[in-house]
Each structure stands twice: as structure tokens, then as C-alpha cells.
Write a protein that binds this ligand. Structure first.
Ligand code: 2IP
Ligand code: CA
Length: 398
């Protein structure tokens, strides 16, 4: 299929541009940080504009991919529901409705009356999109217009390598998971001065990522992933944020990536954990890893650390990540010869003496009996790795 990779990379890049715009354009930035600053502006808006930015970015990706590949329409999912309402009612958005999307989410601006629901989406023209956004943001017309213009703008990738990749996958066999902004807290916090340890930043703006992954509708296997770092570095001349992106394809025997597999340098893995990881995993991995144990914010960022070889494994004991966090990085890991397994299943197999590769996470199977976002939790934790040797060492230690 010509152009799928280019379309996903392009959509993620447009998302990254909007993420930068929300921090860089004053009318948007004021809204973004309103919660923190406690100004009058604040009280008028939500629980937050950040949710709107997140939802809108997701809708932009959905719109652009669906337009180019109509076969994907109805199969592009994301973390957020795109319905906004100002009543106590339950979120009725199609698709995933995360727990924090339940209940009043955004106090609607003057453009919509009490009880109205606004379905945030990209319309046919920038004017229509701005008008729709204004129903939520009124009277912040400039903010609505800035967002609409960015959504309808074209992204010039200029990436000959990406343009040259023709894949033998057909879009009617694929579906998409989007995390419009992973590590939202760090995105809002906006810290730029967090010093990395061994190349791994414990937090800060650099851990906010756009994640877009495609999986096989039938097998649930991740096949194509793009991880975009909107805040990779500031241009030393202009002071503007510059991003970068990474991609990978793993389909049949095809393995392609913008990156080379990181070399196996040390038998003892450098492991990255959530700062919220529990005592059991910390206690088991501490003696093994010593000063090779690191902590970082952002599920996607920790997976990216493994992709880039800054860490050899990301271990998580809880079901606190979701399909949209893992699909894109997982596809890249597979393209590099690694993978992502459910920790609980891998440990069970290990203890039973099963020496084969443990089953990897899949993306088409909701958790039975679960509701809302929990349907798509990566239950039983996970291990992301590049080298199977490191996976084994981690499982043995746990
Ligand atoms: C979050 C975000 C958090 C992560 C959590 C994700 O996604 O990446 O940082 O927790 O698992 O679901 P932690 O930082 O402890 O790894 P989002 O920011 O999109 O809600
Ligand atoms: Ca996320």
C-alpha cells in the first residue's frame, strides 16, 4: 500500500505541530495553563482546555487518515471521546470513553447552551471547524481560529525515505490506535530543564509524545508505528521547538525502521520504570541493575527509551497503560527485533518452564467485563525490550 506510512507520519507530524502551537501561541497557551494559574479565565474553562486540545489533535489525525484511506474509517480509535457536554450526564461518545471523560468535562462557552453536547471534529472548511470549536471555546475566537487553521494546513514532510516505502498491507485489514499527547501532565507542566540521567529524562516536556500505531484487525498484531517527539529540542538560532519522529514497520517478513536496532552492549539490562512502580519490582530489579535502574514519566517515553537503546527494558507491573500507549512503540520494537509482552503472562510461562517467546500484547481484544477505558488496559503489566536475552534476565529476576 503506497503512502500509508507517509500518511501516518504526516498525521503525527501535524499533531505535533498543534501540540507545539498550544504551548507557543499565547491565546492557546493561556488556556492550556489556565488550570495551573488559577486566573479568572480558568474558572470559565474546564477542567480543561488540555482535554479539548487532546481530543482535537486526535480528531485531526482521524480526519486526515480517514480521508486518505476511507477503508480505515470507523477503525481509527483513540484515548479520548470527542463529545463535550456541560451537564452531569455520562459521556456518550462512540468508541472509548475513559473514566476521566465521564461527567462534566468542559464548561461550554457562550456558543452552546446548558445541556448541549458538542462533537469535536474537523469539518469541511477551516471556517466551519473554527465555528464548531467556538461553540466550546467562546469567546476565545482567536484560539478557535488558530486551532482550525492548523488542522486544515498541509504538512510538508520532505522525507524521501518515508515517501519511498510501499507496503503490501491493505487498509481494510488494519486499524489504528492514537494517543494524541502521551504524558499529558508533563506537557502541561512544561518543564524544560529536567536533567537526564544516562540519557533518560525523569520527566519534563520531552516526555510528551504523539503516538500513532496501526495493527492487524484480525490478529491484533501491531504492524506500523510512529512516535513523534514534538519537543525534542529548541532550535539554537530561533529558540523555537523542533521535533523529530521515528517509525517502524513489522509485517510478515518485512522489518523496516527509521532506526537501527540498538546493539547488545551489556548482559545486565538498564531498566526504566514508572516513578509510581511498586516496591516488589523495585526490590527485585534493584539488586540486579544497581545504578542501571532509572525512573521516568510517560509510558510512551519509557518505550521510546528502549527503542533508542537508552534503556534495555521497560518493566511495568500494573495495568496502567492502554492499547493507545503501546501500539505504536510496540510496532517499532518489533521492527527492531524486539517486542512487548504482558508481564503476568510472561512470568507464568517462565515459571512453568516454557522456553519459547512469550505471547506479545495484542490490540484488538477488549478486556472482558471491563467498561470505559479499562476495556483497553494492558492488563497484567508489560515488559518492552529489544533483545530477548534482556527479557529473560528481567523475568528471571522477577
Ligand atoms: C499516561 C502517561 C503516564 C503513564 C500512564 C499513561 O498517558 O503516559 O505518564 O504513567 O501509564 O497511560 P507513568 O508516567 O507512571 O508511566 P496520558 O498522559 O496520555 O494519560
Ligand atoms: Ca497515554
Amino acid at each position: 500500500m503506497a503512502g500509508l506510512l507517509q500518511a501516518v507520519v504526516g498525521a503525527a507530524e501535524k499533531a505535533a505541530q498543534i501540540a507545539r502551537l498550544c504551548r507557543g501561541a499565547e491565546p492557546l497557551f493561556q488556556l492550556l495553563v489556565a488550570e495551573k494559574t488559577g486566573t479568572e479565565r480558568n474558572r470559565r474553562f474546564l477542567q480543561d482546555f488540555k482535554t479539548l486540545a487532546d481530543v482535537f489533535i486526535q480528531e485531526v489525525i482521524k480526519h486526515d487518515l480517514g480521508k486518505e484511506f476511507p477503508e480505515l474509517q470507523g477503525h481509527i480509535h483513540g484515548e479520548e471521546s470527542n463529545e463535550f457536554q456541560n451537564t452531569q450526564g455520562e459521556c456518550s461518545g462512540a468508541g472509548v470513553c475513559p473514566p476521566h471523560a465521564v461527567g462534566p468535562r468542559l464548561r461550554l462557552g457562550g456558543g452552546a447552551g446548558a445541556g448541549d453536547t458538542v462533537t469535536v471534529q474537523v469539518c469541511a472548511t477551516p471556517e466551519d471547524t473554527a465555528a464548531l470549536l467556538l461553540a466550546v471555546l467562546d469567546p476565545e475566537r482567536e484560539a478557535a481560529e488558530l486551532l482550525a487553521a492548523a488542522a486544515h494546513g498541509d504538512v510538508a514532510l520532505g522525507d524521501a525515505e518515508v515517501a519511498g516505502v510501499a507496503l503490501s498491507m491493505s487498509p481494510q485489514d488494519l486499524a489504528i490506535w492514537i494517543d494524541p499527547i502521551d504524558s499529558t501532565n508533563e506537557y502541561i507542566g512544561g518543564r524544560e530543564d529536567v536533567a537526564p540521567a544516562d540519557g533518560i529524562a525523569p520527566g519534563g516536556l520531552c516526555s510528551a509524545l504523539v503516538l500513532v500505531g496501526a495493527y492487524d484487525r484480525h490478529t491484533g498484531c501491531p504492524v506500523l508505528g510512529v512516535v513523534n517527539e514534538p519537543f525534542f529540542r529548541r532550535d539554537p538560532l530561533t529558540g523555537r521547538w523542533q521535533g523529530r519522529y521515528h517509525w517502524g514497520v513489522a509485517y510478515g517478513d518485512t522489518r523496516l525502521s527509521s532506526l537501527s536496532p540498538p546493539p547488545l552492549l551489556h548482559p545486565v539490562p538498564r531498566v526504566v520504570l514508572s516513578r509510581a512502580e511498586g516496591a516488589a519490582v523495585r526490590g527485585a530489579l534493584g539488586p540486579l541493575c544497581g545504578d542501571r535502574l532509572h525512573f521516568a514519566a510517560g509510558a510512551g517515553y519509557k518505550m521510546l527509551c528502549v527503542i533508542l537503546g537508552r534503556a534495555d527494558a521497560y518493566v511495568l507491573s500494573e495495568g496502567s497503560t492502554f492499547t493507545w500507549d503501546a501500539c505504536a512503540p510496540h510496532a517499532i520494537l518489533r521492527a527492531l527485533g524486539g517486542g512487548m509482552v504482558a508481564l503476568s503472562g510472561a512470568l507464568r510461562a517462565w515459571r512453568e518452564g516454557d522456553t519459547g517467546p512469550p505471547p506479545e500484547l495484542v490490540y484488538n481484544r477488549p478486556v472482558e467485563g471491563a467498561v470505559g477505558a479499562e476495556r483497553w488496559a494492558n492488563q497484567g503489566g508489560l515488559v518492552a525490550y529489544v533483545h530477548p536475552q534482556h527479557l529473560e534476565v528481567v523475568l528471571a529476576a522477577l
